[in-house]
Design a protein around this ligand. Structure first.
Ligand SMILES: Cc1ncc(COP(=O)(O)OP(=O)(O)O)c(N)n1
Ligand SMILES: Cc1nc(C(=O)O)sc1CCOP(=O)(O)O
Ligand SMILES: [Mg+2]
Length: 584
């Protein structure tokens, strides 16, 4: 899998804008999701193990809960007289899943359009409803025919879905007529959604026109000003700007800014078609800063549907409650993984095959995704200590899990690679039985070979973006960070969590810099990522650490307090008790 690098751009790299239209919108962006995020932050300071549903009221009829490690909105059925009653775990309630409505054309070859959107949303764990604007006859050779759905029937589909199913996000693809664009804008005014993702589809990858130049004005005047993000490729960006040539990354920055001036809140100009470019570079602009998403090109004919898939994935992440830049980042990682996965598949006889979205279903083992609460009691093994106390790595891991460790890291600095791999495989069996994730310290190769759940890497280990490229989007990656700069880079590189320390001096790691509680707090406050504290932590000071009370500090990672003791099980239990006390 290729790496993706994100770089914040400097102002001198941006071509001055000469074409402002100034149509910016001011509409509330993700109010509900932000409230939910806030609630989860509050909740997550005090809950750490799977618990019954614990609701926090947002408004009548809607509650935000943390339930079995998942944050969801609940519609409480039994609300009387519009009054809010505190729901209890026994209340009957319906789980409302994140929902994207795609308004796009059907692709009979199923690589792009509605079919790509459905599969991308399914792959990202989001419900997807559909409004079909056109039916196309196409395959891997090209587009053989297009049949536009009458405007009033598009309106009817929109009304059916929007009035009843209340999608969180609308994503648009092929909008083949001015009437359809206008109908859509009207429907969105009548039934507002939390976010609008516009993929301004104009030409198919095979070169067939799917929406002619006549719709450009309605895009510019009506649709784009309502959009939270628009995701043109180079041809589309050029068309939106009246045909300006776009051939360099500087041109893409110029285009991103000029399109932003039309009104969308964010712009992602996709540079897949950049001539003579080795890397694939996309430019993201949020009205303030530019970011460059760079990944190495995947040499494959199977690229049909990448634009639809990227936009749908952004929509899916937004529907789950992500902020825009995070949504784009996750979507980029997903599409790169899907492209890489599909690079050798053979479907159809034409020049351009489809991306295969459902790569996850192809893996035999369905892993559950990373939950920050797993960081609560993080046990890190040490071969020297286990040897000293005459126990195997496997016995040490068994005891720690029995004692209540919520995640295990194998930090085996002195074992041979083959022994490390065997130990990792054996520990993984135990961890899987107990639903406890297993991470490998430093060794991406051992993580890959054993199919462990992820890795923990430090500042002098393999860079996290390289690890992410090697491990794919679903493995857990933790990065050691002592400063806010480390933390920012970890986030950009696609890390799932941060390990921050040494909070206290430690004998376990030589020459380790102590950052203290203040340093830990600074790192936590600088990042959105969940943090686990490490270094010299044990029963005597765990309360002081968790007492910092920063919402993203999710737990403590310990080595000697568990493993440099005679009975790992007893020590883990004792630490867990104190840890629970400290987060009550
Ligand atoms: C949870 C956690 N946090 C930090 C570290 C330290 O990692 P690193 O800086 O790479 O040092 P080594 O562990 O490799 O010596 C960690 N292992 N786990
Ligand atoms: C492995 C490690 N990393 C640290 C960091 O500061 O990043 S401190 C550390 C050792 C932690 O061991 P103990 O719990 O025995 O102090
Ligand atoms: Mg390391």
């Amino acid at each position: 899998m290729p790496k993706i690098k994100i770089r914040k751009m400097k102002s001198h790299e941006i071509r001055p804008n000469t074409r402002t239209r100034g149509l910016s919108t001011s509409k509330s962006f993700f109010r509900l999701s932000r409230m939910a995020y806030f609630c989860t932050q509050v909740l997550s300071t005090s809950f750490f193990t799977p618990k019954p549903q614990i609701p926090v009221l947002l408004n009548p009829g809607v509650a935000c809960i943390k339930s079995f490690h998942q944050y969801r909105f609940l519609h409480i059925k039994a609300m009387q007289d519009d009054k809010v009653s505190t729901p209890t775990p026994s209340d009957e309630c319906m789980v409302r899943v994140p929902h994207v409505l795609t308004v796009a054309g059907s692709d009979s070859g199923a690589g792009a359009g509605i079919q790509a959107d459905l599969k991308a949303c399914a792959a990202r764990g989001v419900y997807c409803s559909t409004v079909i604007t056109a039916v196309t006859a196409q395959n891997t050779v090209g587009v053989q025919g297009v049949n536009i759905v009458p405007e009033d029937f598009v309106a009817e589909q929109l009304r059916s879905v929007l009035s009843d199913m209340h999608p969180d996000v609308v994503k648009t693809g092929m909008l083949p007529s001015i009437g359809i664009v206008k109908t859509l804008c009207q429907s969105l005014k009548e039934f507002p959604v939390q976010a609008l993702v516009v993929d301004p589809v104009m030409v198919s990858t095979s070169g067939h026109t799917l929406a002619g130049p006549s719709i450009l004005d309605s895009f510019r005047e009506e649709l784009l000003p309502m959009a939270d993000i628009v995701t043109p490729n180079l041809k589309e960006a050029s068309a939106l700007l009246g045909g300006v040539p776009l051939e360099t990354i500087a041109d893409m920055r110029y285009a991103a800014k000029a399109i932003h001036d039309i009104g969308p809140r964010n712009v992602l100009v996709k540079g897949g078609d950049l001539p003579a470019s080795v890397d694939a570079v996309d430019v993201f602009y949020d009205g303030k800063d530019f970011y460059e998403f760079r990944s190495s090109r995947i040499m494959t004919p199977n690229t049909h549907g990448t634009g639809c898939t990227l936009a749908s994935s952004v929509a899916a992440e937004l529907a789950k409650g992500s902020q825009m830049l995070s949504a784009v980042k996750v979507a980029k990682h997903y599409i790169e993984a899907a492209l890489s996965y599909s690079k050798n598949i053979a479907i159809g006889g034409g020049r351009q095959g489809p991306v295969d979205h459902l790569l996850k279903l192809k893996s035999n083992v369905q892993r559950r995704s990373f939950d920050p609460c797993d960081l609560f009691l993080y046990a890190v093994t040490d071969s020297r200590m286990n040897k000293r106390w005459g126990r195997s790595i496997v016995d040490a891991v068994k005891a720690a899990i029995e004692g209540g460790a919520t995640i295990i890291q194998l930090r085996e600095k002195e074992v041979e690679t083959s022994d490390f791999l065997e130990a990792a495989k054996a520990c993984l069996k135990i961890c899987r039985v107990h639903g406890v994730p297993l991470l490998i310290n430093d060794r991406i190769d051992v993580a890959l070979a054993s199919d462990a759940d992820g890795v923990h890497i430090g500042q002098s280990d393999m860079p996290a973006h390289v690890a992410r490229a090697l491990l794919g989007p679903d493995k857990i990656i933790g990065v050691s960070c002592k400063t806010p700069e480390h933390a920012l880079q970890a986030w950009i590189d696609g890390a799932d969590y941060i390990g921050s320390g040494g909070v206290y001096p430690t004998n376990t790691k030589e020459n380790n810099k102590t950052i203290g509680l203040d340093g830990l707090k600074t790192v936590c406050l600088s990042s959105k990522l969940p943090v686990v504290a490490i270094g010299g932590i044990g029963i005597s000071n765990v309360q002081a650490v968790m007492g910092l009370g920063v919402p993203n500090l999710k737990g403590v990672a310990v080595v000697s307090a568990l493993f440099d003791r005679e009975c790992v099980l007893t020590e883990t239990r004792k630490l867990l008790e104190v840890l629970k006390e400290s987060t009550k």
